[in-house]
Design a protein around this ligand. Structure first.
Ligand SMILES: NC(=O)c1ccc[n+]([C@@H]2O[C@H](COP(=O)([O-])OP(=O)(O)OC[C@H]3O[C@@H](n4cnc5c(N)ncnc54)[C@H](O)[C@@H]3O)[C@@H](O)[C@H]2O)c1
Length: 324
């Protein structure tokens, strides 16, 4: 199978690429290597994390990288014409909840126009399945927990969440009119090696290792289904292989953790106490994101990584990559 992954140099995209190539699939990565966070990390995911899979060094699973912007329809047309992908995993996006409030137009542009361009190319080029990243943020401050796909998601509390909800609506149109199979994955706080430096789960590890203070919002009174990267990868592959006509799915860890328990697990793993700067809730942040994962479980998926193990792997990677 040939799979086009947008955001392929990103945290989740590079990990999915690796797993697909391990099972013999060919992968086309599209990314614009923007500087929302240090682009060196994106280049290193390609150069170091995916080392050994380059074409033509390897039979079977291999990859090619196209550098370009998903807002550029002409660029996408060239890639689709040349590569003729069987399926798509669309992950390229502006992904920060907080920064979406300072640059709303950019988020609307990349996340909505970019996704629409890709859906359009997918239909035109006969793609068999279009799996795309949504987010647990679409649940806003819904009071009912855990969050189920059946719940209303009409009250987002960030521009980022609103753009992802818009993606789900637009994908529905493409499935309905053109019979393009689409599934939106609502990821819940993904963490692990090669992670995203702008995320809290990353900065906690970074600052605790380096003996710096961590900012803890809502005075630590938050709950999350932290989801280890390997579990996100296995869930995405299940959905990519299922070719569902039109759906959205939660993909989250199976334990509802308190943020302070996550921090305590990092402390245990680093052998250091965190210096915590307790702060009120920031606008756009959600107090709880707890996933109902029955729907994806029915397809045979289950998360298997407990936070102690996941954090250990994350800390080991951090120390090795940043040499601390
Ligand atoms: N990591 C999480 O916890 C999480 C949670 C919910 C949803 N998501 C979603 O999952 C997807 C992947 O997230 P991630 O954590 O791997 O983020 P990431 O930022 O590491 O990856 C996204 C990649 O997309 C690329 N990109 C951004 N704009 C682009 C554009 N206009 N054209 C081409 N490439 C572009 C970036 O350079 C980056 O490499 C995103 O859509 C994000 O919104 C992630």
């Amino acid at each position: 199978m040939k799979v086009l992954i947008t955001g392929g140099a990103g945290f989740i995209g590079s990990a999915i690429a690796k797993k697909l190539m391990d099972r013999g699939d060919r992968v086309i990565l599209v990314d614009n290597f923007n500087d929302y966070y240090d682009p060196q990390l994106k280049h290193d995911r390609i150069k170091k994390f995916l080392k050994g899979y380059e074409k033509p060094a390897r039979q079977g699973g291999s990859f090619l990288v196209y550098t370009g912007d998903i807002r550029d329809a002409k660029f996408l047309e060239k890639v689709f014409k040349k590569e003729k992908p069987d399926k798509i995993v669309h992950l390229a996006a502006m992904a920060g909840v907080r920064s979406s409030l300072s640059d709303p137009a950019l988020y609307v542009d990349v996340n909505i126009l970019g996704t629409t361009n890709l859906l359009d190319k997918a239909v035109k080029h006969g793609v068999k399945n279009f799996v795309y990243a949504s987010t647990s943020s679409v649940y806003g401050n819904n009071k009912k927990l855990p969050f189920s796909e059946k719940d209303s998601v009409d009250t987002p509390v960030s521009i980022y969440a609103a753009t992802k909800k818009a993606d789900e609506l637009i994908a529905h149109v493409y499935s309905h009119i053109y019979k393009l199979p689409t599934t939106g994955l609502r990821f819940f706080t993904v963490y692990g090696p090669w992670g995203r430096p702008d995320m809290g789960v990353f900065t906690f590890i970074e600052n605790i290792i380096r003996g710096k203070t961590i900012d803890v919002y809502n005075f630590g009174k938050m709950r999350r289904n932290f989801t280890y990267i390997d579990d996100v990868v296995s869930g995405t592959l299940v959905v990519l292989d299922a070719d569902l006509p039109c759906d959205v799915m939660n993909i989250g860890g199976d334990r509802d953790e308190k943020l302070l328990d996550y921090i305590a697990a990092v402390e245990r793993c680093c052998g250091k106490k965190a210096e915590m700067n307790m702060l009120p809730l920031q606008s756009g942040d959600m107090i709880s994101t707890v996933a109902d994962i029955k729907k994806l479980r029915k397809l045979g998926w289950k998360p298997t990584t407990r936070i102690d193990k996941g954090i250990k792997n994350f800390v080991l990677w951090y120390r090795e990559y940043y040499k601390v």
